[in-house]
Design a protein around this ligand. Sequence first.
Ligand code: SF4
Length: 66
Amino acid sequence: MKRYPSIDLGRCSYCRGCVEVAPRVFRFNPATGLMEVIDQDHYPRDEVDEAIKNCPEKCITWVEEG
Ligand code: SF4
């Protein structure tokens, strides 16, 4: 089962708080102008949970697949 974080960009305010908390997981892509989740096999649970907790728009969630 793959577990990864997802950003609801419709609610995101682009504050970049998630990048500060978890720079290995989240980034701002200047090419697209969007926040994005960096593609990787395993995501650091603690860092993602911290970013979820601190996101002012509550728009980060874990997604489970498979
Ligand atoms: S912390 Fe939340 S609102 Fe701020 S940029 Fe990240 S996903 Fe968007």
